[in-house]
Design a protein around this ligand. Structure first.
Ligand code: NAI
Ligand code: MG
Length: 795
């Protein structure tokens, strides 16, 4: 028998399993299998094809679930469509009560859900019990509040319709909550497909919906694999698609929904840096690493999977880490003292193993502690790879397992460069006792979530989501709510009064050799603060509505767009300037425009055939709009979210960087300025493509830019065929966001082309630029991405 003294010495403790009796009994009741949950009822499980769900920890069969067909998806969407009619009309307060009831029922079943989640997914009960399920309840509570508040806080906003939601297996019920709670709060109805590996808590949730009295059809759950997901995403009755999963599938979804008009949010992979400075509290940082990469077996999209450690302390850090790794307990997910449970499936286990082997091949040094490992089941030991090259596979690819790769840096600048040396941009964790340095780095890393001296903190009140190829859109808080709403004027606006174009007769500019006309009559392109001749050497004739040529514009091409983006890349200081500085320049533009109003009026009249009155009105509105955004440049504030205690969670509105903007034909000066100004106000650099039909007001505009101290490269203007220029912008990897309000917009082509770097695309449609629909926060919100920075305080 072990003496107490020995026990204290080794700190070994015996198994402490959580009882799974209730879950086993529940699974027993469903021995015949689970059908889909459609219109408030479970379908007959014996009806069609089905597949088995097993526990990754021991291979035990847990249940049989239905494999959803296109027909099942269709029935679910039909039910959701029907339910939408009344659910969307329900008073916010009534919806709030339903969400609140769901939260209460979840809380009552917390223990049950935690055990079921751990059995299905393999995650340690300590995590499902203390993190996943409490956060699920928190999400429903938080969004019950939004249901109550939307009417007063977001006047005019409407629900989108039926939402098709596809979720992964790493946080099965939590991802369901992130998707369903905001959707319902905003008045939408839902068809959700859980991951094939882990559908059980979603089915338990379906029972909770019934128990809690949620109206039939508001939530529908269809189980199945990728094909079922694809059928849901592709269903024409779905108005909004929300996806969390691999970047690969995210890209497929971007392409297949292109041009469908569906609203889309994507929460994809990551390779998030965990940056440790010499002055960090090293013991805390090492403990942070345990939470960053060994939480949930490392199957976390925002896992701190790339350790960047300052050179001077690297060896010390690794030594502490190796010692800590040797104390991690890998094993039975239901054991309350397990740190690392089972990986979700044998496929995932093999994938992780193959990537680690690849790392070894590429020259990394691999450390795995000699700790007891279960004899069977999907278990992978905690792994540290050092001596990793920044360009190697393991440093660039998402491993999605308990594997940390480490690299060193010397200076803060080098840390930033390494941190941003990735296609992803989901999260970052920064460790330093120097607050100046930490916040400086937080501002400079390209990531949607930044934790200072902390990691993997989540809360329903804070937005979560990525930059770059980690996807777009946010989940949580007000930021996430917008994904499930459309502004009241969502329908195409009536055509504007002046310069009404014949949209069907959109021009296909015909090239005229530059030499064919005297050069001084040709409006050139404007690139990098200078007028530039188009690369093609060609111009095209701009004609007024009666067919008379009123001038020539440059016929820009792919090369001109590339040059403009290159010039923009050099003008990065615009984003770092203060709002006040930007405001001054925008005021200056507005003022200069006022001074030359008559000239612009004459141009509009000649070009669009507008009456004197209409032209004057367009110019006057344009001037007011420019002043409006100048006024906003230092006022589009972020927020401080109320999340954890002793934390400030700063929601910063950051510019995208380089934006592409394709402008409308309607009110060509006003349309151009209405899009350019908000993008500039919040700190973006812009490559603008003016209306092809009426480009000359925009090309006159660059004289204003010249005289208003706009730094070179901040605005470039490329005229030409809007459709092909828009496509080039969509394809360009350095263009971080794209607005297309062009009359020749081919949404299918543009959205599909944007799948390369997964930039958010706003297909604007037509709207009345002369009305209040043409300006406001909607534009500023679309010109920014929110970075949530978690800053702790106190000892
Ligand atoms: P996945 O992206 O294939 O699966 C996620 C969800 O998408 C599942 O519900 C799946 O059934 C569904 N799905 C698959 N193909 C689809 C399609 N064409 N259309 C619609 N839905 C589809 O991810 P998978 O294969 O399970 O894991 C592969 C890798 O992806 C992981 O090793 C990891 O690197 C990454 N991943 C990232 C996640 C994240 O949270 N960022 C979550 C899951 C996986
Ligand atoms: Mg897959």
């Amino acid at each position: 028998m072990a003496l107490i003294k020995d026990i204290l010495q080794t700190m070994e403790y015996g198994p402490s399993p959580e009882s799974n009796e209730h879950v086993i009994a529940w699974l027993g009741q469903h021995e015949g299998g689970f059908g889909h949950f459609i219109d408030g009822k479970f379908t007959d499980p014996s009806a069609g094809a089905s597949f088995e769900v097993t526990s990754p920890a021991n291979g035990a069969k847990l249940a049989r679930v239905a494999r959803g067909t296109a027909d099942d998806v269709d029935r679910a969407v039909t039910a959701a469509t029907r339910a939408f009619k009344s659910w969307s009309k329900l008073a916010g307060h009534e919806r709030a009560r339903h969400l609140y009831a769901l939260a209460r029922h979840i809380q009552k079943r917390e223990r049950f859900l935690a055990v079921l989640e751990s059995m299905d997914n393999g995650k340690p009960i300590r995590e499902s019990r203390d993190i996943d399920i409490p956060l699920v309840a928190r999400h429903f509570y938080h969004h019950a509040g939004w249901a109550e508040l939307i009417e007063s806080e977001l006047p005019g906003y409407q629900p989108v319709g039926v939402c098709g939601q596809v979720i992964p297996w790493n946080f099965p019920l939590l991802m369901l909550a992130w998707k369903i709670a905001p959707a319902l709060a905003a008045g939408n109805t839902v068809v959700l497909k859980p991951a094939e590996q882990t559908p059980l808590t979603a089915l338990a949730f379906a029972e909770i919906c019934r128990e809690a009295g949620l109206p039939d059809g508001v939530v529908n759950i269809v189980t199945g694999e990728g094909e079922t997901g694809a059928a849901l995403v592709g269903h024409p009755g779905v108005a909004k698609v929300a996806f969390t999963g691999s970047t690969e599938v995210g890209r497929i979804i971007r392409r297949t929904t292109a041009g469908s008009g569906k609203k889309l949010s994507l929460e994809l992979g990551g390779k998030s840096p965990f940056i440790v400075f010499e002055d960090a509290d090293l013991d805390s940082a090492v403990e942070g690493l345990v939470d960053a990469i060994w939480f949930n077996q490392g199957e976390v999209c925002c896992a701190g999977s790339r350790l960047l450690v300052q050179e001077g302390i690297a060896e010390k850090c690794y030594a502490k880490l190796r010692a800590r790794m040797a104390t991690l307990r890998v094993g039975d997910p239901l054991d309350k003292s397990t740190d690392i449970g089972a990986v979700v499936s044998t496929e995932q286990l093999e994938r992780i193993g193959a990537l680690v082997a690849k790392g070894r091949q590429e020259g990394a040094e691999v450390f795995q502690p000699s700790i007891p490992m279960p004899a069977k089941g999907c278990f992978f030991p905690p792994t540290l790879m050092t001596g990793v090259e920044p360009a190697s596979t393991v440093a660039t690819v998402e491993i999605f397992g308990p594997v940390l790769v480490a690299m060193t840096f010397r200076t803060p600048d080098e840390a930033v460069a390494l941190a941003n040396n990735t296609r992803f941009g989901l999260a970052a964790s920064i460790w330093s006792e120097n607050i100046n340095r930490s916040l400086d780095l937080a501002a400079r890393v390209k990531a949607g979530v930044v934790w200072i001296n902390a990691t993997n903190l989540f809360d329903a009140a804070a937005g979560f989501g990525g930059y770059r190829e980690s996807g777009f859109g946010r989940e949580g808080g007000l930021e996430g709510l917008y994904e499930y709403l459309v502004p009241g004027h969502g329908k195409p606006a009536k055509s504007a009064k002046t310069g009404k174009p014949q949209l069907n007769a959109a021009p296909s500019p015909t090239a005229i050799a530059a030499s064919a006309e005297p050069i001084d009559r040709t409006a050139k392109l404007y690139i990098g603060g200078k007028q530039a001749r188009p690369d093609s050497g060609y111009s095209y004739a701009v004609t007024n509505p009666s067919g008379k040529t009123v001038g020539l514009a440059g016929l820009g091409n792919r090369k001109d767009i590339r040059n403009a983006v290159e010039a923009a890349a050099k003008a990065g200081s615009w984003g770092a300037a203060t709002g006040h500085n930007r405001a001054q320049i925008l005021y200056y533009i507005a003022e200069n425009l006022s001074a030359r109003a008559a000239e612009f009026e004459a141009r509009l009249r000649a070009m669009t055939g507008a009456s004197a009155k209409d032209a004057a009105e367009e110019v006057a509105t344009t001037i007011r709009r420019a002043f409006f955004y100048a006024g906003f440049a230092d006022k589009y504030d972020g927020a401080v979210h109320a999340t954890k205690s002793r934390h400030v969670t700063l929601a910063m509105n950051e510019p995208f960087g380089i934006m592409g903007i394709v402008c409308p034909d309607e009110t060509p000066l006003l349309g151009f300025v209405s899009l350019l100004m908000p993008a500039l106000a919040v700190g973006n650099r812009v490559v603008a493509v003016p209306s092809a039909r009426y480009p000359l007001a925009a090309t006159d505009f660059y004289q204003l830019l010249d005289t208003s101290d706009v730094p070179a490269g901040v605005v470039s203007i490329v005229t030409g065929e809007t459709a092909s220029l828009a496509k080039t912008l969509a394809e360009h990897d350095e263009v971080a966001a794209l607005w297309d309000f062009g009359s020749t917009t081919d949404a299918a082509t543009i959205e599909a082309a944007s799948a390369g770097n997964l930039k958010p695309v706003w297909i604007g449609g037509s709207r009345d630029w002369t009305s209040s629909d043409g300006q406001g926060r909607e534009f500023l919100r679309r010109a920014t991405q929110v970075k949530n920075i978690w800053v702790p305080y106190g000892e």
